[in-house]
Design a protein around this ligand. Structure first.
Ligand SMILES: O=C(O)c1cc(=O)[nH]c(=O)n1[C@@H]1O[C@H](COP(=O)(O)O)[C@@H](O)[C@H]1O
Length: 232
């Protein structure tokens, strides 16, 4: 069974482990390469995924001054990936610089801005990060800043996706991690929803990792998630 709106992260440290995972789940058409694998094993995995005609979400979450973010985006865009992330909190100028930087690429990636990490809850937002806004309002404001800057979409929790969809419109890409089937553990995710509810609420793509990759039978876990999504 396949589902082209589920992105599975390759959160492993080596190329060998990443390839084993890709081989184990040939049904998966969209893979995410994040910091652990990219820092640990370099860009070779991107070539391999392209040879296998997989789509690629390069999730490096750039967060720096505008000149540095622009340089990082320019370098990343050369890999010909489909999606690329940066943090909205890098600021308006960095967001605009990122867009200008990828425009030279043959096929520029879609840029996604992190609104608020799905591991943060309201208490942490208020008491640790000292943000005085309510959490849904903060996530919305970050998505709007990204949209106003010309960014293609946002990464958000499924709990906020319906509001973001309503305000940002149909063309703004919304990608949701923090997705947990009823039968799985939340782990370090704080703002979660089930796959079917997240898709119904308006997500374009769901990022689902450990419920599949840490399951005793990842293929069976993938199939169960696809069956759940088929009901939407
Ligand atoms: O940008 C992301 O993909 C991301 C943003 C966010 O707010 N929360 C979040 O969990 N992620 C990523 O989504 C994946 C979620 O994995 P699981 O928690 O194992 O399903 C991880 O690779 C995270 O790096």
């Amino acid at each position: 069974m396949t589902h082209d709106r589920v992105i599975v992260p390759l959160d492993v440290p080596t190329l060998e482990e990443a390839l084993a995972r890709v081989d184990q789940l040939p049904q998966v058409s969209f893979w995410k390469v994040g910091l652990e694998l990219f820092v640990g094993a370099g860009p070779t995995i991107l070539e391999v995924l392209k040879e296998r005609e997989k789509r690629i979400f390069l999730d490096l979450k750039f967060h720096d001054i505008p000149n540095t973010v622009a340089g990082a985006c320019r370098s990343a865009a050369k890999y010909g990936v489909d999606l690329l992330t940066l943090h909205t909190t890098a600021g308006r100028e960095a967001l605009s610089a990122a867009i200008r930087a990828i425009n030279d690429a043959d096929v520029p990636p879609k840029l996604l801005a992190i609104s608020l990490l799905t591991s943060i809850n309201s208490r942490e937002l208020a008491f640790d990060l000292k943000i005085p806004l309510e959490l849904p309002e903060y996530a919305l404001q970050m998505a709007l800043l990204a949209q106003e800057s010309g960014i293609d979409g946002a990464v958000c929790s499924p709990l906020e996706v319906s509001q973001l969809r309503q305000v940002c419109g149909e063309d703004f890409l919304l990608v949701c991690p923090g997705v947990r089937p009823a039968w799985s553990e939340s782990g370090d995710q704080r703002r979660v929803m089930t796959p079917a509810s997240a898709l119904k609420a308006g997500a374009n793509y769901l990022v689902i990792g450990r419920p599949i990759t840490a399951a005793s039978d990842p293929v069976e876990a993938w199939e169960k998630i696809c069956q759940e999504l088929a009901t939407v």
